[in-house]
Design a protein around this ligand. Structure first.
Ligand code: 0O2
Ligand code: 0O2
Length: 238
C-alpha cells in the first residue's frame, strides 16, 4: 500500500517542473537565434491521486508495478504550430542526453478511432535524490494547436458522457476531427509564408521592446529587423 502519496509523487512533481523549464528554454533558444520555434507552448501536470487509483483499477495495475506500468503519472504537453514541428520536437528529444526516449506512439499518422491525434513519446528521466538517482517515466504528448483544441473539447465532453457519446455528438466530433486535420494541412501549405511573417513580427517586437536583437533570419530582409535611420533609432529608444 502506498501510504504517503505526496512522498511517492515527489520525484514526478520535480520531473514535471524541470521538464517544463527545459522545454520552454528550447523555445527561448530558437527565438533568440531568430528562428521559428517548433515549440509554441508547454503545459504539464502530475496525475491526481484519484485518477491514478481509478486507472489502476481500470487497467488492473498493481502497486508494485505502478512505476513501470503507468507511463503518464508525469505528463508534459508540447503544443506546436505545424505538423512538421511535431516530428522536429521528436527528433530534438531523441538527441538529448538528459533523457532517454523509450517508446513512441504516432497517433498523428494513425489517428485513434475517436479522431484523436497526437504524438506520444515516453521518456525515462533521471531525478537526483539525496543519495541516489531515480529514473522515472514521463509521457510527453506533442500536438498541434488544432489537435489540442479538438482533444481538449473531446476530453471535457468525455467528463459529461463518460465516453458514451450520443450518436449526433459522436458524428460531430468526427467531423470536427476531419476539419482539424484539414486546418493543419492548410497551415502546412503556407508554412513558409507564415514563418517569414512571424520572424518579421518578432524582429519588430524586439526593436520596439529595445531588447537584444536576434541574428537576422535567413531569407528575410535585414532592414526589416533593424532601424535603418538615426531617426528610427531614436524613436525606438524613446
Ligand atoms: P485538464 O486535464 O485540462 O483538466 P505553469 O504556471 O504554467 O508553470 P501550471 O499552471 O501549474 O504551471 O500547470 P500547466 O503547465 O498549465 O499544466 C496543467 C495542464 O497540463 C493541464 O491543465 C493540461 O493542459 C495538461 N495536462 C493535463 N492532463 C495531461 C496529460 O495526461 N498529459 C499531459 N502531457 N498533459 C496534461 P488542467 O486544466 O489542469 O488539466
Ligand atoms: P488523462 O490524464 O485524462 O489525459 P495509457 O497511457 O496507459 O492510458 P495507452 O493507450 O497505452 O493508454 O496510451 P495512449 O493512448 O498513448 O495515451 C493515453 C492518453 O492519451 C490519455 O490519457 C489521453 O491524455 C490521451 N488520449 C488518448 N486517446 C484520447 C482520445 O480519444 N481523446 C482525448 N481527448 N485524449 C486521448 P488518460 O489516461 O486518458 O489520462
Amino acid at each position: 500500500m502506498i501510504e504517503n502519496w505526496s512522498h511517492f509523487l515527489m520525484p514526478y512533481n520535480q520531473a514535471v517542473d524541470e521538464l517544463k523549464l527545459k522545454f520552454r528554454a528550447i523555445r527561448q533558444q530558437y527565438q533568440t537565434a531568430g528562428e521559428h520555434s517548433p515549440i509554441e507552448f508547454v503545459t504539464g501536470r502530475v496525475k491526481p491521486v484519484g485518477s491514478i487509483q481509478e486507472k489502476m483499477k481500470r487497467r488492473f495495475i498493481r502497486e508494485d508495478v505502478l512505476e513501470t506500468d503507468m507511463q503518464d503519472i508525469a505528463g508534459l504537453r508540447i503544443m506546436c504550430q505545424f505538423v512538421e514541428d511535431i516530428y522536429q520536437v521528436a527528433d530534438l528529444l531523441r538527441q538529448r542526453d538528459d533523457m532517454t526516449v523509450i517508446e513512441e506512439r504516432d497517433y498523428v499518422s494513425n489517428s485513434k478511432p475517436s479522431g484523436y491525434r497526437s504524438y506520444h513519446i515516453v521518456i525515462e528521466y533521471p531525478i537526483q535524490m539525496l543519495d541516489h538517482t531515480k529514473k522515472i517515466l514521463v509521457e510527453v504528448q506533442v500536438r498541434t494547436l488544432s489537435m489540442n483544441f479538438w482533444a481538449t473539447i473531446e476530453h471535457s465532453l468525455n467528463y459529461k458522457y463518460n465516453g458514451a457519446f450520443p450518436e449526433d455528438i459522436s458524428a460531430r466530433l468526427k467531423r470536427a476531427a476531419e476539419a482539424s486535420f484539414m486546418l493543419d494541412q492548410e497551415m502546412s501549405e503556407i508554412r513558409e509564408e507564415i514563418q517569414e511573417a512571424q520572424r518579421y513580427a518578432y524582429g519588430r517586437k524586439l526593436i520596439d521592446g529595445a531588447t537584444p536583437q536576434p541574428t537576422a533570419p535567413s531569407g528575410t530582409d535585414d532592414d526589416k529587423n533593424t532601424p535603418s535611420t538615426d531617426q528610427e533609432k531614436n524613436e525606438d529608444e524613446s
